[in-house]
Design a protein around this ligand. Structure first.
Ligand code: ADP
Ligand code: ZN
Ligand code: ZN
Length: 750
């Protein structure tokens, strides 16, 4: 017997499988991990398939050295998925297989953690009899007494009560009275989350939606787009769908767009289903992730909650995948091999006979368009639970504020609102989509803006808050590469002392709130405060428990969070995202504003939202204030049809990066020429190209590299897929001093 193995080599990409002999007595299956000789070394690999015969020279074939476990690590449908993804992304199978196994199981290995347990080996009566007989050793008596009271016990608990028990334990074991064994001890993240929570009686809308979903799940299919306004109780719908899935003895995966949202979702699911809920994401400790993954693989955990990569969870008998806040761009992975978790979910559901629920209060234009076309069943929940009203939204014109002499980042309306909220003992959230204190430094005299030496972007001013000696000091930081510099006191360009700071970030807003409401406890949530494994959970808990009354944050606070005490939401600068040069900035702004507004008034008391803007007449801001998704969709869809943006076309680019500007320029020029020639020769491909421009991207220098891009607007279709495959290979093989890659519909076009 032989097997074909995909050898896992981190840096070279060995695309083809290698054939090995299966030694006598070794049982292997596709998806199983193996160690194989590869050149002079031993390498890890995955069995792709078994075969009876081979065309290779019998004598040259080497044998599989070993396998770390009996069971395949990658289930058959996930093997198929990896093959499908490799085909689509035009990348080696080894790369997509890596997505299916946690990094802990490759290279440096995490160990299974064990603990020593002591257990009575005889009946309680027999043990009591032995205790009565035991005259010689006080330690043996004490240990027996402990185990009669409770058994099994951890050896550590015995050591804590009895000094140096090793000898006594050994002799009790030798006498056949007790058993000592090593038992696997699982590292379970968030074990304390979620007490026992009761099931709500369903609202009429929840009832109706579930009447559609549950029968589909029973038939092992159904693709739904659940459009429910914020606070309509979508989570409760997921919980019921999962309950039915578990009753059918199947498993479920719940995806959330950010790690910050996992603790809340985990506590809801642990509260209803207990330990069958597991959590998977990249911020777990290696040990926790290893154990959770194995708990899922063994079927002990059948509800998996996690961020994007949890879509690859080894859940067997998959019955349901939920993608919550499906409109979020975090479902697109930004590193190689790139994938869209929504697409992967859809592919898994189709292959494994599971139902799919995409859910959002502001579905992506693409998903809503697909639902209208009939690809998904559209389910709508237009009202909040318990007839709670949607929050009342007002728009504040910041130009007016300036005219009236208010230079604060907070409008008078918002300050008044905060004051009233605090007086009523309620909570508020403030959204500003930039971290740091000020957004940039500029010279009043010559207009110079301080830019990062590694990137073509302005640097942000931060107040150091690490608690060390330099805490409170100001510094400049680049949000792209992390570079920090001391704050200049004179203009580096003209030497003038008229250096001024502009724009506000989360630190500034938080400081302003503290200045206006001294003594009020506040919290801040952004990339800088949520480092570490529990960063998010800690801040959210502080706010949930009321130990902070005003939470300031970036878009991290906008989505999904459910804090019933929040009655006021302030948006500091609604225009910030609207002005970005990206065809999606209108969609993203609408989503962000609607989502953050949805955080207000989720408990019994009505909510209020104040949107501060310099463009109060902008239709996106107006529609977001009215929370009118349908109207926004119609407008945006029409605009995209006219301007030929996705879903009517695809945007793509070849991105070239090099240390030397000349090399980037040259490579981009050479690639563009090659593409032109190919298109010349292939009219079927050429017809799909609506636009092709070679240019410098929005940021032409990033992390020390000069950049160029060749931008495409493409009609969709089979020929386009072929063209994209060709472009991928062309970019990979660019050679020379530059790196090039091809990106189809990238998350960001900068
Ligand atoms: P969404 O995700 O749609 O914004 P959630 O699922 O977070 O809304 O629900 C909003 C709030 O309403 C939560 O606190 C939830 O516990 C509560 N809730 C949901 N369904 C019901 C119900 N049927 N009865 C009472 N409260 C409910
Ligand atoms: Zn100057
Ligand atoms: Zn930088």
């Amino acid at each position: 017997m032989y097997c074909q193995v995909i050898v896992d080599i981190a840096h070279e990409n060995v695309a083809r499988p290698f054939t090995y002999r299966i030694p006598e007595g070794m049982r292997l299956a596709p998806g199983q991990r193996v160690t194989v000789p590869f050149g002079p070394r031993q390498k890890d690999g995955i069995v792709l398939r078994l075969c009876d015969a081979t065309d290779y020279d019998e004598k040259k074939i080497r044998s599989v050295s070993g396998t770390p476990e009996e069971e395949p690590a990658i289930l058959p449908p996930l093997m198929e998925l990896a093959e499908e993804m490799a085909g689509k992304a035009h990348c080696p199978l080894a790369e997509t297989l890596r997505l299916m196994i946690p990094p802990e199981m490759r290279g440096t290995r995490v160990k299974i953690r064990t603990r020593r347990m002591a257990d009575l080996a005889v009946s309680r009566e027999a043990a009591e009899a032995a205790l009565a007989e035991e005259k010689r050793s006080r330690k043996r008596r004490e240990i027996l007494e402990m185990l009669i009271r409770e058994s099994p016990l951890e050896a550590a608990a015995i050591s804590a009560a009895v000094k140096d028990p090793a000898e006594a334990l050994r002799s009790l074991e030798a006498a056949g009275l007790i058993r000592i064994r090593e038992e696997e001890s699982l590292r379970t993240p968030g074990a304390g989350l979620g007490g026992d929570t009761p099931w709500h009686s369903l609202s009429e809308e929840q009832e109706e939606v579930l009447e559609e979903i549950l029968p589909a799940l029973e038939r092992g299919k159904g693709r739904f787009l659940l459009h429910g306004v914020t606070g309509s109780g979508k989570t409760e719908v997921f919980l019921h769908a999962v309950r039915r899935t578990l009753e059918m003895d199947k498993s479920a995966i719940i995806l959330v767009p950010e790690i910050a949202l996992t603790p809340q979702m985990v506590s809801w699911f642990r509260g209803r289903f207990g330990a069958v809920a597991a959590v998977l994401h990249s911020r777990l400790s290696p040990g926790e992730r290893f154990d959770e993954w194995r708990r899922i693989r063994r079927g002990e955990a059948r509800v998996v909650i996690g961020a994007r990569s949890a879509v690859f969870a080894p859940a067997e008998r998959l019955g349901l995948i939920v993608v919550d806040e499906e409109h979020e761009s975090t479902y697109l992975s930004d590193h190689h091999p790139r994938y869209d978790a929504r697409e992967v979910a859809e592919s898994r559901c189709a292959r494994e006979g599971a139902g799919l629920i995409l859910a959002s209060a502001t579905p992506s234009i693409l998903s809503f368009a697909r639902a209208r076309r009939g690809d998904y069943t559209l389910l709508e929940m237009p009202r909040r639970v318990k007839d709670r009203p949607l929050p009342e939204v007002t728009i504040t014109d910041m130009r007016q504020e300036l005219e009236n002499g208010n230079r604060s980042v907070l409008s008078r309306d918002l300050i008044r609102g905060l004051k009233e909220t605090l007086e009523r003992g309620e909570q508020a959230m403030l959204l500003i989509n930039r971290r740091g204190y000020h957004s940039f430094v500029s010279c009043r005299k010559c207009g110079y803006v301080v830019k990062c030496p590694n990137c073509d972007v302005s640097m942000t001013i931060h107040v150091r808050e690490d608690g060390g000696e330099s805490a409170g000091e100001n510094l400049l930081r680049c949000h792209y590469c992390g570079k920090t510099l001391p704050l200049p006191t004179r203009c580096p360009e003209c030497g003038s002392a008229y250096i001024r700071y502009f724009g506000a970030g989360t630190q500034k807003v938080d400081a302003e709130v503290k200045r206006l409401f001294p003594g009020t406890p506040t919290a801040r949530m952004d990339v800088d405060t949520t480092g570490g494994k529990d960063g998010h959970a800690r801040i959210l808990e502080t706010f949930r428990s009321g130990r902070a009354r005003i939470l300031t944050g970036t878009q991290m606070i906008a989505k999904g969070l459910d804090f019933p005490q929040v009655t006021l939401v302030g948006v500091i600068a609604a225009d910030m995202t609207l002005n970005l040069p990206d065809y999606r900035s209108r969609e993203r702004t609408f989503q962000l504003l609607t989502q953050v507004a949805g955080r207000a008034g989720r408990g019994g008391r009505p909510g209020r939202v104040i949107i501060q803007t310099y463009k109060p007449e902008d239709p996106v801001i107006q529609l977001a204030a009215r929370q009118d998704y349908r109207a926004f969709f119609e407008q945006e869809f029409a605009r995209r049809r006219i301007s030929l943006y996705p879903p009517f076309t695809a945007l793509a680019r070849v991105l070239v990066e090099a240390g030397e500007e000349r090399a980037a320029e040259e490579t981009a020029g050479r690639l563009a020429e090659a593409i032109r020639r190919e298109l010349e020769a292939r009219p079927a491909w050429r017809k799909k190209v609506l636009m092709m421009v070679a240019e410098a991207p929005g940021i032409k220098f990033l992390r020390g590299l000069h950049r160029r891009q060749i931008l495409f607007k493409l009609l969709t279709g089979r020929e386009t897929e072929e063209l994209c495959g060709w472009l991928t290979e062309l970019a990979e093989g660019a050679g020379g001093e530059a790196q090039a890659c091809f990106e189809l519909n990238p998350i960001s076009m900068i």
